[in-house]
Design a protein around this ligand. Structure first.
Ligand SMILES: NC(=O)c1ccc[n+]([C@@H]2O[C@H](COP(=O)([O-])OP(=O)(O)OC[C@H]3O[C@@H](n4cnc5c(N)ncnc54)[C@H](O)[C@@H]3O)[C@@H](O)[C@H]2O)c1
Length: 438
């Protein structure tokens, strides 16, 4: 089976590599010439555990290739996946220009039946827009070609994307024809040999499922952050409360961790887009609006705690940050809480030194030399007044507090992910503040 994946970002590359791993013939297409040229040299543009090896292996076996030219290869394809970005517009709605550009190219160049799959996260109605654009292009060429549109939102998590794609909890597919359903079944069967977990549904429901899933997960995080903030005021410990409620099977223990707010390329933009879809349809999405409001405040919580500890004066203070990516095992810093904390610190005229195992280059690309870049996690703590933990990378989980205390000038540690033990730090003469530990 020959398939095209248009868009070689986190989703496109992982999907492409995994389909190739299962024996499919995959062509990855991207408009970014540098990215494609690097991929052809075996240079992978993103950090995702296991991805590099998988791409190189399948490239050597000629099951995956990279090009900027969709037009010239499209008629070899049975299926074309659209996996381009859908960033937020100013008003919070999803920007569909990349998705629709691909639809135009498909319509202008296809000469035979194929299935066009929207894998990007798109608001309800977008796959129908894709169909309209393709049909209009075919009409311009006086061609009567049958094609199918399918919605197949992606649920992979950055950091464990390969595992998620190779063994998904479920695959959601919105289809309109039996023919497309058969083709999509054939595509996903190798991933789900033991238990075929593809949920077929209509296209709008499939598109909505993705937003509802992300909105639900974001809600759990904001809910726990609200509970954590209240715990502090009333003298309760949110770590205990989390365990207490997470053991209830109706609630479950996932996504109940308070912290410095959710970030990344999905939750913030998808929550905004869902609010916007509500507005467009005359419906006020009250719960999800509150989720977003809590998150905006929570992104600043570590900074506010620090400021309070220094009696409102952070001028010329030296502050170290451990962790820049929005979560561990990725270099993705889109909407990362670290960016908000850094910006707030710099506004107060504090000096900032940072360390992250993989996101240092991404940070340099985004904010340049506004901060100092340490060579390792301990170098970041030398002569600093305070240390902030923002991303719970494994290497930050059990540091030598002796070494840290010796290196630091001050003694304040703020744990934005609640992974440290207060007594352990106290023993070394450090003061620890977490989230929701009253
Ligand atoms: N990143 C995630 O964890 C994740 C998870 C699930 C769903 N999604 C969704 O998947 C989509 C892609 O996300 P991503 O994180 O992979 O984005 P990304 O920004 O990492 O990659 C998008 C790629 O598309 C390319 N592109 C843009 N226009 C193009 C065009 N006309 N032709 C060819 N290539 C083009 C860009 O150059 C870029 O390389 C988004 O809608 C996102 O919401 C992302």
């Amino acid at each position: 089976m020959h398939i095209a994946i248009v868009g070689s970002g986190y989703v496109g590359l992982v999907s492409g590599a995994c389909f190739a791993e299962m024996g499919m013939n995959v062509t990855c297409i991207d408009i970014d010439e540098k990215k494609v040229s690097n991929l052809n040299k075996g240079i992978i543009p993103i950090y995702e555990p296991g991805l590099e090896e998988m791409i190189i292996r399948n490239k050597n076996d000629e099951r995956i290739s990279f090009t900027t030219d969709l037009t010239s290869c499209i008629n070899n394809m049975e299926v074309v996946f659209i996996a381009v970005g859908t960033p937020p517009n100013e008003d919070g709605s999803a920007d569909l220009k990349h998705v629709l550009t691909v639809a135009h190219t498909v319509g202008r160049s296809m000469n035979k039946y194929m299935v066009i799959v929207t894998k990007s996260t798109v608001p309800v109605g977008t796959s129908f827009k894709v169909r309209k654009v393709i049909q209009a292009e075919l009409d311009k060429r006086n061609l009567d070609i049958e094609f199918d549109i399918v919605s197949n939102p992606e649920f992979l998590k950055e950091g464990v994307a390969i595992k998620d794609f190779m063994s998904p909890d479920r695959v959601v597919v919105g289809v309109e024809s039996e023919k497309a359903k058969q083709i999509m079944s054939k595509l996903y069967r190798p991933f789900l040999l033991n238990n075929f977990r593809v949920i077929f549904m209509d296209v709008p429901s499939s598109e909505m499922t993705k937003y509802a899933a992300n909105a639900m997960l974001a809600t759990r995080i904001s809910f726990m952050n609200d509970i954590a903030n209240l715990c502090e005021l009333v003298g309760a410990n949110v770590d205990m409360v989390r365990k207490g409620i997470g053991s209830d099977l109706r609630i479950g223990n996932k996504f109940l961790y308070p912290g410095s707010g959710y970030g990344g390329s999905c939750f913030p933009k998808d929550v905004k887009a869902l609010i916007h879809t509500g507005k467009e349809n005359g419906y006020n999405m009250r719960v999800i609006k509150a989720v977003e409001e809590v998150n905006e405040i929570q992104k600043k919580i570590v900074f506010e705690k620090l400021k309070k500890l220094f009696n409102g004066d952070l001028k010329d203070k030296m502050v170290a940050i451990w962790g820049l990516s929005f979560k561990p095992d990725t270099d993705d810093m889109r909407e990362a809480p670290s960016l908000v904390v850094i910006e707030s610190l710099l506004k107060e005229k504090a000096n900032v030194i940072v360390y992250d195992p993989v996101a240092m280059n991404e940070c340099k690309r985004l904010i340049g030399d506004k901060v100092i870049y340490a060579k390792d996690m301990y170098e970041a703590t030398v002569d600093v007044d305070a240390l902030l933990l923002l991303t719970e990378w494994k290497q930050f989980r059990m540091p030598s507090w002796k070494v840290v205390k010796k290196a630091m000038k001050g003694n304040v540690v703020i744990d934005g992910r609640n992974i440290y033990d207060e007594f352990e730090l106290q023993r070394e003469g450090l003061i620890l503040k977490g989230i929701g530990r009253g």
